[in-house]
Design a protein around this ligand. Structure first.
Ligand code: NAP
Ligand code: ZN
Length: 355
């Protein structure tokens, strides 16, 4: 077995702390990656605190992983030792159901294997994520990272990037569309950048007035303070598409009212407690759609990474040592993230020398 060290939550109430564990040795189809950077997603916090009530402890979160390939199995042809590689939210799926056949492994009908907190088919235990020094992943779930992308600020593309890119693509966002992005956090700021690059007229909705200038710099054409009823009313019935990234329950009608006839609002935020049900008339009177979307498949994740390399898009990050992860979680809860924390895994060497 391969020795690994990372940070884990031992219970929902305890802070993350150093944790030594083992991974499988790379098999013939596996890629072993030395992790250099890992983004901090709000889903990591939901999991570490068991907010979705499905966490198996101890848990090592992290699914925005970038690192260097240090070993490949004999059947691995597409990755070479020394190259930069990425791992997102998925590390396995059945590969034969209709969804997998359409490159939509995130909707695998037999259940995909998440990068952390999922049943590990190899060990019989649970998968451990990227808040660690290494990871071993089947080559089908490893992504190529262009040299054009700065590796630390590209890490969040692996979840925040694909989770926003996929619905924007699926609902055909393009030039001339009026698109709303709700929430300027990790997902939201990627949504702003990507929708802008797709040519849309982007309106950012925020509860934090102090984020206005940043939103405009990131690519929003307009910023609306969502608590201001007057500002909201000015946009009634005008949006083609709204992407809602908010991590807390809130009144969806405030945003559904802003959709045109036949407009769609897609939820990607996954709060522990669901939103109150919207008013049915807000949907039926204008044939509006309320939808949801889960990350993206591997093929589309590579497409998104290539799109971002081509358009010079990465995340705006705050690089932190892993020892600051608990503080980062507290700041994330206060919407005080500009706009994604990324862990510099070099900071783990302190723990390694202590182990
Ligand atoms: P984040 O960085 O914490 O950003 C969430 C943003 O939502 C905040 O910055 C804030 O923006 C807004 N917000 C927070 N609390 C709010 C409240 N009470 N009312 C209104 N707005 C509020 O989180 P993230 O990493 O982007 O993740 C967002 C959500 O998406 C999480 O629930 C996460 O689990 C989920 N997620 C889903 C998928 C998927 O595949 N569907 C993938 C990844 C993550 P403002 O300050 O601008 O208002
Ligand atoms: Zn995530």
């Amino acid at each position: 077995m391969l020795k690994a060290i990372g940070y884990a939550a031992q219970t929902a109430q305890t802070p993350l702390a150093p944790f030594a564990f083992e991974r499988r040795e790379p098999g013939p189809h596996d890629v072993q990656i030395e992790i250099l950077y890992c983004g901090v997603c709000h889903s990591d916090l939901h999991t570490a605190r068991n907010e979705w009530q499905n966490t198996v402890f101890p848990t090592v979160p992290g699914h925005e992983i970038i690192g260097r390939v240090i070993k490949v199995g004999e059947h691995v042809k597409n990755f070479k030792v020394g190259e930069m590689a990425g791992v997102g939210c998925l590390v396995d799926s059945c590969q034969h159901c209709p969804s997998c056949a359409e490159d939509l492994e995130q909707y695998c009908e037999n259940g995909f294997t998440g990068t952390y907190n999922a049943e590990d088919k190899h060990s019989g235990g649970v998968t451990y994520g990227g808040y660690a020094n290494n990871i071993v992943v089947n080559q089908k779930f490893v992504l190529h990272i262009s040299d054009k992308l700065d590796p630390a600020s590209a890490a969040p593309l692996l979840c925040a990037g694909i989770t926003t890119y996929s619905p924007l693509r699926h609902w055909n966002v393009s030039k001339g569309h009026k698109v709303g992005i709700v929430g300027l956090g990790g997902l939201g700021h990627m949504g702003v950048k990507i929708a802008h690059a797709m040519g849309a007229h982007v309106v950012l909705f925020t509860t934090s007035p102090d984020k206005k200038q940043d939103a405009l710099r990131l690519g929003a054409d307009e910023v609306v303070i969502s608590k201001d009823e007057q500002q909201m009313a000015e946009h009634a019935n005008s949006f083609d598409f709204i992407l809602n990234t908010v991590a807390a329950p809130h009144n969806l009608d405030n945003f559904l009212n802003l959709l045109k006839r036949d407009g769609t609002m897609t939820l990607v935020g996954a709060p522990a407690e669901s939103h109150p049900s919207p008013n049915v008339f807000n949907l039926i009177m204008k044939r509006r759609t309320l939808a949801g979307s889960l990350i993206g498949g591997i093929k589309e994740t590579q497409e998104m990474l290539d799109f971002c390399a081509e358009h010079g898009i990465t995340s705006d990050i705050e690089l932190i040592p892993i020892q600051d992860i608990n503080l980062a979680y507290e700041r994330m809860l206060k919407s005080d993230v500009k706009y994604r924390f990324v862990i510099d895994m070099a900071s783990l060497t302190k723990e390694q020398s202590a182990a």
